[in-house]
Write a protein that binds this ligand. Structure first.
Ligand SMILES: [Zn+2]
Length: 277
């Protein structure tokens, strides 16, 4: 964790309560864009940066978000494999890995297949509630775990990271690249093609207040990235691979492979935040 990160965390802890109260009114009625159909958009080249240094004090607070749930199931892959089952398995393995480190607190948005916010409503509202939880626990980063679907194209393959755009909280984009680049590198070493980073701005077909952040800049399309930013939490969506592509699925299926994915995520997180045992 570099100086910028430390300063940001301190600033956040001091000012968060006031800022968040002010923001709360803006949250309701906002939001569109689930993470169910992850495709398209602005690609950015994958970059690696210098390793972050450990924090002198204060634990890193991480929120792991196994994407989807039994009420919001996400993609279905070859042989009927379900995205929400895979994300939960990887999420639990990742949690267990990270809990071995002393300077981190790890939280999960869900530990079972059940929707964590059954009264929230649809997928966007569910994701919005997960992002509110991220702020509630003081998360320094929210890592949302997903698997991709080719939407009929069985050749679509590879890993990619969806990151927040440069609007409103402009540092989050680079933070996403720094952490995400490490994850992409680790996944590439497991054989996944590296599709790089993507951002996607909100589309015009939602209410005007959902199209922009409070400063008037264009909001992020994906609900997790959009609402995490409104809650002042950097977030990334990790699309580990395509469960509709046989070669990718061969690298995903089974406990041993899922553990490798969790290890890939964990190692990147350990390096980025300078976690120590
Ligand atoms: Zn998904």
């Amino acid at each position: 964790m570099g100086d910028n990160m430390v300063a940001r965390i301190l600033w956040k802890k001091i000012t968060c309560a006031a800022v968040c109260l002010a923001m709360a009114a803006a949250l309701f009625g906002c939001g569109n864009g689930g993470t169910g159909s992850e495709t398209s958009v602005t690609s950015q080249e994958s970059t690696q940066t210098t390793p972050a240094t450990p924090a002198a004090s204060d634990k890193v607070v991480l929120l792991i978000d196994p994407g989807h749930d039994s009420a919001h199931p996400g993609a279905t892959g070859i042989g009927g494999v379900k995205e929400e089952d895979l994300t939960l398995q990887v999420g639990k393995m990742l949690e267990e890995q990270l809990q071995q480190y002393s300077n981190v607190e790890v939280y999960m948005t869900r530990e079972t297949s059940a929707c964590p916010y059954p009264d929230a409503g649809g997928s966007v509202e569910d994701n919005r509630a997960r992002c509110a939880y991220a702020e509630e626990i003081g998360a320094d980063f929210m890592i949302s775990l997903h698997f991709n679907s080719g939407s009929g194209d069985a050749t679509a393959n590879g890993s990619m990271i969806l990151i927040q755009n440069t609007n409103y909280e402009p540092t989050y984009n680079q933070m996403g690249q720094d952490l995400g680049g490490r994850i992409l590198g680790n996944l590439a070493s497991l054989g996944f093609a590296n599709r790089g980073f993507q951002t996607k701005d909100m589309t015009d077909d939602v209410e005007p207040e959902q199209q922009t952040y409070p400063d008037g800049s264009r909001s992020d399309y994906y609900a997790i990235l959009h609402h995490a930013k409104l809650h002042h939490v950097p977030a990334i969506i990790v699309e580990h691979g395509f469960i509709t592509n046989q070669e990718d699925l061969d690298r995903i299926s089974g406990t041993e492979n899922l553990q490798k994915l969790a290890d890939a995520d964990a190692q990147a997180i350990v390096e980025y935040f300078g976690l120590v045992k």
